[in-house]
Ligand binder design. Structure first.
Ligand code: GDP
Ligand code: IMO
Ligand code: MG
Length: 430
């Protein structure tokens, strides 16, 4: 039995969705443990593209159980749309293959309104959030005024919480941000209807996971966002509002750390970032534009162009430390084909200091200059390659440098968006 956590090592969009879909064949359960519909995980299966924001990326495999843990913030309208779309495609989502924690916090309309109003008010220094209400929902969780899934099944409880919350939120929306207030009745009606539809899916995920452990099932934890968007360890304040590191797989689902056997980090063969914040290896030139165009680097949630840059091993190595990575999964290697000279950042120069880890202070990171090693590129199309030894020599040199610089073995190399466009070196469940 092996329970494995898969997380992003950079600033998100590393290709976690594809990897989780691929590995689900070997798993019995797939669990989301943090984040919400700020995530956009894209899979390409049998020629069809699917984008999941909330449903775990294992859902396309029949006979597997997908779970949404207590650490997720759930927008029920978005989840139901996602379920309806899948049902329409003949991929049915039922209580047999989707379980949602009763203790998952619910994203309410005032969370979305506050997220947008706050971002608009910021002007310069915007975080560039996805506007999905993620931050405000986590704020209410921490300040103990959140509404959880089970509250949607109890009209009286929901109304009394809504009345209390809306008094404060409407004051802020109207008098601080100049936005429109919300009405208790309309919100209550909408969310009670969501509750009726979601009730059959609600359960205690922690207990379900304990049962899976007893039955020696393989559990797979699907991270959202990336290590450097972590609220504690990321490039604060340009981060999301949850802990994205592997340790949160336990808190966000209700399983003990002794039950986790391995943590795998997904590394895009270059770096991208959406939204504001420092990005030492960013390429604001033709090469950056080429990577964006070839890699299709446009947000799957908001459609925004992603900022692109060279692979940054300072970023990856900080993720190795923060997540205790046992293996790396390299994605989008095919996108680098045809670039004559490639660079990998191996350290930062910060004034007179040389750094090999991302400095936690924004002010220090903003002053960092990347120190890069140059590699010869390759011309060959990689998408048809299925064996490591068939990769061009220069491609293997690039990968070997990643292993050498991180000290972590590469288990999987992805050479295209489709499930089968993959080179498997080591089965993470073995
Ligand atoms: P996630 O948020 O980490 O799941 O990543 P996204 O789905 O937001 O972004 C990754 C994008 O790259 C998606 O459009 C995937 O279909 C695509 N993708 C994943 N792996 C590969 C790969 O190896 N090569 C190419 N060309 N595209 C890939
Ligand atoms: P996946 O799971 C990339 C970024 C936003 C913004 C910051 C805060 O697809 O990798 P938020 O709405 O979370 O308050 O926004 O975090 N962000 C992501 N960037 N991939 C994601 O998810 C992201 N989720 C949030 O762009 O900079
Ligand atoms: Mg994404």
């Amino acid at each position: 039995m092996a329970n494995v956590v898969v997380i992003g090592t950079q600033w998100g969009d590393e290709g976690k969705g594809k990897v989780v879909d691929l590995l689900t064949e070997k798993a019995d359960c797939v669990v989301r443990f943090q984040g919400g519909n700020n995530a956009g995980h894209t899979l390409v299966v049998e020629g069809t593209q699917y984008i999941f924001h909330l449903i775990p990326s294992g859902i396309l495999h029949p006979g597997k159980v997908c779970m949404i843990g207590n650490g997720v913030v759930l927008d029920p309208g978005v989840l139901l749309q996602e379920m309806d779309r899948l049902n329409g495609l003949g991929r049915s989502v039922t209580p047999d293959n989707l379980v949602i924690s009763r203790y998952t916090h619910i994203i309410m309309p005032y969370h979305r309104a506050l997220d947008l109003a706050r971002e608009n008010a910021k002007g310069h220094g915007k975080i560039g959030t996805t506007g999905r209400g993620i931050g405000p929902c986590y704020e209410d969780k921490v300040c103990r005024s959140g509404i959880r899934l089970h509250d949607l099944f109890d009209e009286q409880a929901l109304r009394s919480k809504l009345e209390r919350n809306l008094k404060e939120k409407n004051f802020l929306l109207e008098h601080f941000f100049g936005a429109s207030p919300l009405e208790v009745d309309a919100v209550a009606e909408e969310y009670l209807a969501y509750g009726r539809r979601l009730a059959p899916f609600a359960d205690n995920v922690s207990e379900r996971l304990q049962q899976s452990v007893r039955e020696n099932r393989h559990i797979h934890f699907e991270g959202a966002q990336g290590t450097h968007l972590d609220i504690d360890h990321g490039t604060y304040p340009y981060v999301t509002s949850s802990n994205t590191v592997a340790g949160n797989a336990c808190c966000g689902s209700g399983i003990g750390p002794t039950r986790i056997h391995a943590v795998l980090g997904v590394v895009k063969a270059y770096t991208t970032r959406v939204g504001g914040g420092p990005f030492p290896t960013e390429l604001e030139d033709e090469t950056g534009e080429r990577i964006r165009a070839v890699g299709g680097e446009f947000g799957s949630t908001t459609g925004r162009p992603r900022r692109c840059g060279w692979l940054d091993m300072v970023v990856v190595n900080s993720a190795v430390r923060l997540n205790g990575l046992a293996g790396l999964i390299i994605t989008k290697l095919d996108v680098l084909t045809g670039i004559p000279k490639l660079k990998i950042c191996v350290s930062y120069r910060c004034g007179t200091r040389s750094l090999d880890m991302v400095p936690p202070e924004l002010e220090a990171l903003e002053k960092c200059e990347p120190v890069c090693r140059e590699f010869d590129g390759w011309e060959e199309d990689l998408r048809g390659i299925r064996r490591y030894q068939d990769l061009p020599l220069n491609t293997r040199r690039y990968l070997e440098a990643v292993e050498e610089l991180s000290g972590v073995p590469i288990g999987i190399v992805s050479v295209g968006p489709a499930r089968e466009e993959t080179i498997l070196l080591k089965d993470p469940f073995q």
